[in-house]
Design a protein around this ligand. Sequence first.
Ligand SMILES: Nc1ncnc2c1ncn2[C@@H]1O[C@H](COP(=O)(O)OP(=O)(O)OP(=O)(O)O)[C@@H](O)[C@H]1O
Ligand SMILES: [Mg+2]
Ligand SMILES: [Zn+2]
Length: 567
Amino acid sequence: MRWNRSLIPTLRDDPADAEAVSHRLMVRAGLIRQLAAGIYVYLPLGHRVLDKVNAVIREEMNAIGGQEITMPVLQPAEIWQQSGRWDVIGAEMFRLKDRYGRDMCLGMTHEEVIAWLASKEIRSYRDLPQIWYQIQTKERDEARPRSGVLRTREFLMKDSYTLDPDAAALDRSYRAHQEAYCRIFERCGVRYIVVDSDPGMMGGSGSHEFMAPSAAGEDDVALCAACGYAANVELARGVPVTPSAPWSAPAEVATPDARTIAEVAAQLKVDPALTIKSLVFMGPAGPLLALVRGDHGLHERKLARALGAEARPAQPEEVRRHLGVAPGSIGPVKVSGVSRVLADESLREGRYVVGANREGYHLTGVAPEKDFACEFADLQVALPGEGCPRCGKPLTVERVIEIGNIFKLGTTYSEALNAVYLDESGQQRPIVMGSYGIGPARITAAAIEQRHDADGIVWPWAIAPFQVHVVPVAVKDATQSAAAEAIYAALGAAGFDVLIDDRDERAGVKFKDADLLGCPLRVTVGQGLVKEGIVEIRERATRRDHKVPRDQVLDAVKDIAARLATT
Ligand SMILES: Nc1ncnc2c1ncn2[C@@H]1O[C@H](COP(=O)(O)OP(=O)(O)OP(=O)(O)O)[C@@H](O)[C@H]1O
Ligand SMILES: [Mg+2]
Ligand SMILES: [Zn+2]
């Protein structure tokens, strides 16, 4: 590709609204432009990168027997009503009506369409197993689109679906996907961790997330270096050490003006780990109390799992109305107006400070279960330093970007949409399904998050927009220009993706842009050629320079490429 005839609008300065590194660099390197919140145009270079990521995904999906199909973005409400998700999913789904007033939606995912298709096309056990996949646009009205292409409202997803006769066969399809995913991320040059995850609104019996460590992520995973345990903190259960309490029975103490855990702990001169945070949530049966240790955070997904339903934090005015006390004084002892009291597992042992349900007072020495009735559940966010649930060694917690997600769905969707088959004995059974997603844009952004420096992107070989960036320093110099053109043509003929910067620009501008774009190799044709017949090949990642006679450039690039393509 020739720079002069291309749309590569690089920018000197960071866009004002961009925080994540990948967001800044993708805008500055001319890969993307934002049309509206969470809606992006991919410019030619951005498009090239996505295409390369998609090519890797296609190869690996085809290698495990995946068959590519294309399913519609525009979908009728009926299939979503049949699965029950029409009502379960809220504002995240774009809904619309057609000209006859029929309910329609834009696909956020395609389990329903797949189950519908399977119900029409799969007859017998002889038709199974199947792997169907697509690389298709998804529409989700995300609450907080952010970080450039990491969380957008319209995005490309590779989604695949497996159809199997039974659970054992699903296990095999699932493992094949897990292995294919590892190869995809490795080939794309993204560092990742595989973790246990919560199936959430997908339902089903098991799921894993593929997480790329990065500060720009929105998820946290708990990791154990000793035994390899790895789980999303939504699911991870750290084992905290129970601090020993100085009390043996409950007593009421005055805590004037102390409302927060920090204030109460400071006034009573106790470790915040010896206090209990009492949080009021509005659940399916009205207000309920959720208790976690003062130094812990409550994870709302964990609470939802314990309840089997969503719950939201109560407003201060709801707390006053239902419980009859101010939010800073709530406690589980003799509390009124709540239907349930759920306490985190870590509170099974020990005595703690709790609110007294009386303004300005707390109770010390309160033992859960002995001094008030409660149900125990896993509610707390796992913290670094807590014990690994498998081996007890300390956990670490790392920020990550979710780049892929795989689910064992089971028969939820096939039963709802009547996707059945006849087994060997002629008996009708529901098809056992799996669902598997990857976000090509997140792979792209994660690769940039993990591989960049102060000057720009440092692309992995496999997904770089171009592998080689040829820079004639002075295009007006006929010798330089002719040599650069010859090298550009020879590299292209040899199968490399090459960009030539044929602009009549200052060398400084061209070098800065080359660093920003981050192609793995830069071939500079300048004074060295005129004086000594030498061309310079620079590796972007290490800035290692190779001075090569002009007629050996192709061989040198091939050598370096062979090395870079495998790292
Ligand atoms: N809003 C989005 N923008 C870009 N990519 C996305 C978005 N939502 C999901 N993806 C990508 O699609 C893949 C599969 O989608 P899935 O429904 O499992 O995501 P998700 O669990 O909703 O992700 P998240 O928890 O980050 O919202 C994700 O692993 C991610 O790579
Ligand atoms: Mg989501
Ligand atoms: Zn461990």
